[in-house]
Design a protein around this ligand. Sequence first.
Ligand code: HEM
Length: 264
Amino acid sequence: MSLERKDEYDHNAWLKERDLSVVEKTYLMTLIWFDRRFRLVDYLEILENMYYKINLQMPKSHTEQYNLDNKFWYWYPLYALGSFSVIAYLVAALTGALLGFYYAPSTAGTPPESYALLTTIMADQNFGFMLRSIHRWSAQVMTAAVFLHMLRVYFTGAYKEPREVNWIIGVILLALTVGFGYTGYLLPWNQLAFWAGQIGVEMALAVPLVGEWAAQMIFGGFSLGQPTLQRMYILHVFVLPFVVTALIALHIGIVWMQGIAEPH
Ligand code: HEM
């Protein structure tokens, strides 16, 4: 796949033989400089091969195959809800990482340290109020978009063969999105967070057989405290981001391979 390379190659002589402008010469010299060190051209060639392979593998859509005139659905805005979910997720991830610079999970003190830190972010950090608001809004937009995306997939029958696996991955993604929302909701450790946590513990305890074990695993005990907040924090900033990012990549990879479904 890679280009044949010579051990010695007089690039300067090659460049001199050609009638090139200063701009062209500078461009080529720069490219050669990087290529000799990082084998850029090899990687570009690999990328190009991948691009053509993927394009050749893409199945023709129903409309393309039968040359149907009515292609209005290509531009149907509801088909963008999946991408809209991705965008909201990226915004939430970016603003979440920035909030993470100033936040720490701690229930110590009155008011609790986590709550005090969020108040500080909003009152004292430049653009802090905006940062927190964008994070909360993007999280809510993501939840709404994912739900609407699911409805669009359902009502256009896009979950049917061969897309069942992607529907199941989607159901998991919806549950994890709600999980993102719930764990994030507890992080400020204010009254709303505390009582939402209390409901969570009681719901876990109400599960037959494994209830107590689940409460201990997820909430760190039967009553709320530092172990609860610590768990919510790790789930929110470490576990869920990895799992959700990987699943979204898989989900979109499958859409790429199968092509988008068309309403029948
Ligand atoms: C984090 C959540 C999710 C993200 C980021 C996401 C992203 C996407 C994207 C970008 C597409 C391409 C087509 C489109 O935009 O409509 C898509 C298609 C699809 N999604 Fe999702 N999705 C998510 C959740 C879900 C859920 C909750 C379900 C259903 C339970 C689902 C099932 C599907 C199916 C079956 C397709 C193929 C549809 C077709 O071929 O027309 N996804 N998803």
